[in-house]
Design a protein around this ligand. Structure first.
Ligand SMILES: [Zn+2]
Length: 247
Protein backbone atom coordinates (compact mmCIF):
# COMPACT_ATOMS: atom_id res chain seq x y z
CA UNK A 1 0.00 0.00 0.00
CA UNK A 2 1.51 3.30 -1.00
CA UNK A 3 -1.09 5.63 0.52
CA UNK A 4 0.30 6.77 3.87
CA UNK A 5 -0.84 8.90 6.81
CA UNK A 6 2.01 11.10 8.09
CA UNK A 7 0.73 10.74 11.64
CA UNK A 8 1.55 7.01 11.59
CA UNK A 9 5.03 7.21 10.04
CA UNK A 10 8.54 7.54 11.45
CA UNK A 11 10.73 10.36 10.13
CA UNK A 12 13.08 8.05 8.15
CA UNK A 13 10.02 6.62 6.36
CA UNK A 14 8.75 10.14 5.56
CA UNK A 15 12.22 11.05 4.27
CA UNK A 16 12.31 7.98 2.02
CA UNK A 17 8.81 8.74 0.65
CA UNK A 18 9.66 12.40 -0.01
CA UNK A 19 12.92 11.45 -1.74
CA UNK A 20 11.05 8.82 -3.76
CA UNK A 21 8.66 11.42 -5.24
CA UNK A 22 5.58 10.87 -3.09
CA UNK A 23 2.79 13.46 -3.32
CA UNK A 24 1.96 15.26 -0.07
CA UNK A 25 -1.71 16.04 0.71
CA UNK A 26 -2.89 18.50 3.36
CA UNK A 27 -6.60 18.37 4.25
CA UNK A 28 -7.95 21.82 5.19
CA UNK A 29 -11.30 22.35 6.90
CA UNK A 30 -12.88 24.41 9.63
CA UNK A 31 -14.52 24.07 13.00
CA UNK A 32 -17.95 25.56 12.37
CA UNK A 33 -21.70 25.10 12.71
CA UNK A 34 -23.33 23.00 9.97
CA UNK A 35 -27.02 23.00 10.79
CA UNK A 36 -28.77 21.05 13.57
CA UNK A 37 -28.07 17.71 11.85
CA UNK A 38 -24.30 17.75 11.19
CA UNK A 39 -21.27 18.16 13.49
CA UNK A 40 -18.76 21.02 13.55
CA UNK A 41 -16.18 18.82 11.80
CA UNK A 42 -17.95 18.50 8.41
CA UNK A 43 -15.34 20.36 6.34
CA UNK A 44 -12.49 18.38 7.94
CA UNK A 45 -14.27 15.03 7.44
CA UNK A 46 -14.94 15.84 3.77
CA UNK A 47 -11.37 17.08 3.15
CA UNK A 48 -9.88 13.95 4.78
CA UNK A 49 -12.17 11.66 2.77
CA UNK A 50 -11.23 13.42 -0.48
CA UNK A 51 -7.56 12.92 0.45
CA UNK A 52 -8.16 9.24 1.24
CA UNK A 53 -9.89 8.63 -2.10
CA UNK A 54 -7.31 10.73 -4.00
CA UNK A 55 -4.50 8.72 -2.37
CA UNK A 56 -6.19 5.47 -3.52
CA UNK A 57 -6.38 6.78 -7.10
CA UNK A 58 -2.69 7.82 -6.99
CA UNK A 59 -1.81 4.42 -5.57
CA UNK A 60 -3.61 2.70 -8.48
CA UNK A 61 -1.40 4.72 -10.83
CA UNK A 62 1.71 3.59 -8.93
CA UNK A 63 2.20 6.93 -7.16
CA UNK A 64 2.84 7.06 -3.42
CA UNK A 65 1.28 9.74 -1.22
CA UNK A 66 1.52 11.03 2.33
CA UNK A 67 -1.53 12.73 3.86
CA UNK A 68 -0.61 15.12 6.67
CA UNK A 69 -2.80 15.83 9.73
CA UNK A 70 -5.66 18.20 8.82
CA UNK A 71 -5.74 21.91 9.50
CA UNK A 72 -9.04 22.04 11.36
CA UNK A 73 -9.32 25.81 11.95
CA UNK A 74 -9.69 28.66 9.48
CA UNK A 75 -11.42 31.92 8.65
CA UNK A 76 -15.04 31.20 9.56
CA UNK A 77 -16.90 34.48 10.02
CA UNK A 78 -20.26 33.44 8.53
CA UNK A 79 -20.93 30.76 11.13
CA UNK A 80 -19.62 33.07 13.87
CA UNK A 81 -22.93 33.50 15.75
CA UNK A 82 -23.35 29.72 16.27
CA UNK A 83 -21.90 27.88 19.28
CA UNK A 84 -18.71 25.91 18.76
CA UNK A 85 -17.61 27.82 15.67
CA UNK A 86 -13.98 28.94 15.99
CA UNK A 87 -12.71 31.56 13.54
CA UNK A 88 -9.16 32.76 12.98
CA UNK A 89 -8.26 36.04 11.29
CA UNK A 90 -7.20 35.99 7.62
CA UNK A 91 -3.67 36.90 8.71
CA UNK A 92 -3.35 34.00 11.17
CA UNK A 93 -4.97 31.52 8.74
CA UNK A 94 -2.61 32.62 5.98
CA UNK A 95 0.49 32.35 8.17
CA UNK A 96 -0.56 28.93 9.46
CA UNK A 97 -1.25 27.47 6.01
CA UNK A 98 1.78 29.00 4.30
CA UNK A 99 3.98 27.74 7.13
CA UNK A 100 2.64 24.19 7.05
CA UNK A 101 2.74 23.88 3.25
CA UNK A 102 6.25 25.33 2.94
CA UNK A 103 7.62 23.19 5.76
CA UNK A 104 6.22 20.00 4.21
CA UNK A 105 8.03 20.93 0.97
CA UNK A 106 11.24 21.75 2.84
CA UNK A 107 11.70 18.06 3.60
CA UNK A 108 11.82 17.13 -0.07
CA UNK A 109 8.19 16.76 -1.19
CA UNK A 110 8.15 18.20 -4.72
CA UNK A 111 4.34 18.19 -5.05
CA UNK A 112 2.16 19.40 -2.19
CA UNK A 113 -1.62 19.93 -2.41
CA UNK A 114 -3.87 21.85 -0.05
CA UNK A 115 -7.22 20.04 -0.18
CA UNK A 116 -9.66 22.64 1.17
CA UNK A 117 -13.35 21.94 1.82
CA UNK A 118 -14.32 25.00 3.88
CA UNK A 119 -15.99 27.05 1.17
CA UNK A 120 -16.32 30.50 2.74
CA UNK A 121 -15.01 32.68 -0.13
CA UNK A 122 -12.62 34.73 2.02
CA UNK A 123 -11.14 31.52 3.47
CA UNK A 124 -10.68 29.86 0.07
CA UNK A 125 -8.89 33.02 -1.12
CA UNK A 126 -6.50 32.77 1.82
CA UNK A 127 -5.80 29.08 1.09
CA UNK A 128 -4.94 29.83 -2.54
CA UNK A 129 -2.75 32.81 -1.63
CA UNK A 130 -0.93 30.80 1.05
CA UNK A 131 -0.23 27.97 -1.43
CA UNK A 132 1.11 30.46 -3.99
CA UNK A 133 3.38 32.08 -1.38
CA UNK A 134 4.66 28.71 -0.16
CA UNK A 135 5.36 27.66 -3.77
CA UNK A 136 7.33 30.85 -4.38
CA UNK A 137 9.31 30.43 -1.18
CA UNK A 138 10.27 26.80 -1.80
CA UNK A 139 10.24 26.28 -5.58
CA UNK A 140 8.05 23.18 -5.12
CA UNK A 141 4.71 22.61 -6.90
CA UNK A 142 2.37 23.70 -4.12
CA UNK A 143 -1.25 24.30 -5.12
CA UNK A 144 -4.75 24.50 -3.70
CA UNK A 145 -7.17 22.15 -5.46
CA UNK A 146 -10.28 24.14 -6.47
CA UNK A 147 -13.41 22.14 -7.24
CA UNK A 148 -15.47 25.32 -7.79
CA UNK A 149 -13.69 25.93 -11.09
CA UNK A 150 -14.85 24.62 -14.50
CA UNK A 151 -15.39 21.88 -15.43
CA UNK A 152 -15.91 20.61 -11.89
CA UNK A 153 -18.22 23.19 -10.26
CA UNK A 154 -21.12 22.70 -12.69
CA UNK A 155 -20.95 18.93 -12.19
CA UNK A 156 -21.47 19.36 -8.45
CA UNK A 157 -25.08 20.39 -8.96
CA UNK A 158 -27.36 23.39 -8.99
CA UNK A 159 -27.46 23.83 -5.20
CA UNK A 160 -23.65 23.93 -5.12
CA UNK A 161 -23.45 26.51 -7.91
CA UNK A 162 -26.08 28.72 -6.24
CA UNK A 163 -23.88 28.86 -3.18
CA UNK A 164 -26.60 27.26 -1.05
CA UNK A 165 -24.42 24.27 -0.33
CA UNK A 166 -23.73 24.96 3.34
CA UNK A 167 -25.02 21.88 5.22
CA UNK A 168 -27.59 21.30 2.45
CA UNK A 169 -27.96 18.42 -0.02
CA UNK A 170 -24.31 18.75 -1.14
CA UNK A 171 -22.50 18.55 2.21
CA UNK A 172 -25.08 16.25 3.81
CA UNK A 173 -24.75 13.75 0.93
CA UNK A 174 -20.94 13.80 1.28
CA UNK A 175 -21.30 13.14 5.01
CA UNK A 176 -23.77 10.28 4.43
CA UNK A 177 -21.18 8.68 2.13
CA UNK A 178 -18.12 9.34 4.32
CA UNK A 179 -19.33 9.23 7.92
CA UNK A 180 -23.05 8.34 8.24
CA UNK A 181 -22.70 7.88 12.00
CA UNK A 182 -22.09 11.65 12.25
CA UNK A 183 -25.41 12.57 10.58
CA UNK A 184 -28.41 13.04 12.89
CA UNK A 185 -31.10 11.45 10.73
CA UNK A 186 -34.03 12.44 12.98
CA UNK A 187 -33.03 16.12 12.76
CA UNK A 188 -32.26 15.92 9.04
CA UNK A 189 -35.69 14.53 8.16
CA UNK A 190 -37.41 17.53 9.81
CA UNK A 191 -35.51 20.24 7.93
CA UNK A 192 -37.46 22.13 5.25
CA UNK A 193 -35.62 23.22 2.11
CA UNK A 194 -34.16 26.70 2.51
CA UNK A 195 -33.65 27.99 -1.03
CA UNK A 196 -31.62 31.06 -0.15
CA UNK A 197 -29.39 32.66 -2.78
CA UNK A 198 -26.41 33.03 -0.46
CA UNK A 199 -24.13 34.93 -2.88
CA UNK A 200 -26.94 37.47 -3.51
CA UNK A 201 -27.52 37.90 0.24
CA UNK A 202 -23.80 38.41 0.79
CA UNK A 203 -23.70 41.01 -1.98
CA UNK A 204 -26.63 42.74 -0.27
CA UNK A 205 -24.53 43.05 2.89
CA UNK A 206 -25.22 39.94 4.99
CA UNK A 207 -22.25 39.35 7.31
CA UNK A 208 -23.22 35.95 8.70
CA UNK A 209 -25.62 33.03 8.20
CA UNK A 210 -28.25 34.65 10.48
CA UNK A 211 -28.32 37.84 8.44
CA UNK A 212 -28.38 35.75 5.24
CA UNK A 213 -31.60 34.01 6.33
CA UNK A 214 -30.25 30.76 7.76
CA UNK A 215 -31.31 30.79 11.44
CA UNK A 216 -30.16 27.18 12.00
CA UNK A 217 -26.86 27.47 10.05
CA UNK A 218 -27.97 25.39 7.08
CA UNK A 219 -29.13 26.22 3.55
CA UNK A 220 -30.45 24.16 0.65
CA UNK A 221 -32.08 20.75 1.00
CA UNK A 222 -30.50 18.41 3.56
CA UNK A 223 -33.61 16.18 3.56
CA UNK A 224 -32.93 15.33 -0.11
CA UNK A 225 -29.36 14.13 0.55
CA UNK A 226 -28.35 10.53 -0.22
CA UNK A 227 -25.36 8.19 -0.10
CA UNK A 228 -25.54 7.76 -3.90
CA UNK A 229 -25.29 11.53 -4.42
CA UNK A 230 -22.38 11.65 -1.96
CA UNK A 231 -20.54 8.96 -3.93
CA UNK A 232 -21.18 10.85 -7.20
CA UNK A 233 -19.86 14.07 -5.64
CA UNK A 234 -16.73 12.46 -4.16
CA UNK A 235 -15.74 11.14 -7.61
CA UNK A 236 -15.85 14.71 -8.98
CA UNK A 237 -13.97 16.13 -5.99
CA UNK A 238 -11.19 13.55 -6.49
CA UNK A 239 -10.96 14.46 -10.20
CA UNK A 240 -10.62 18.14 -9.23
CA UNK A 241 -7.91 17.31 -6.69
CA UNK A 242 -5.90 15.24 -9.17
CA UNK A 243 -6.16 18.09 -11.70
CA UNK A 244 -4.30 20.35 -9.25
CA UNK A 245 -1.24 18.12 -9.55
CA UNK A 246 -0.72 19.32 -13.12
CA UNK A 247 1.60 22.30 -13.42
ZN1 LIG B 1 -18.88 23.13 5.24
Amino acid sequence: MSAHLASTLTWPKVKALADGGAVALLPVGSTEAHGPHLPLSVDVVIAEEVCRRTAARLSAKGLASVTFPAVAYGLTDFAGPFAGTVSLTAEVTSGLLEGVLADIARHGFKRVLAVNHHLEPAHFRVVKDAAAKAAKATGAHIAAADHRKPPFGERLGEEFMRGGSHAGNYETSLMLAAAPHLVNEAERAKLPTLAVDLPARIKAGAKNFLEAGGPLAYFGAPAEASVAEGERLFAILVDATLAALEP
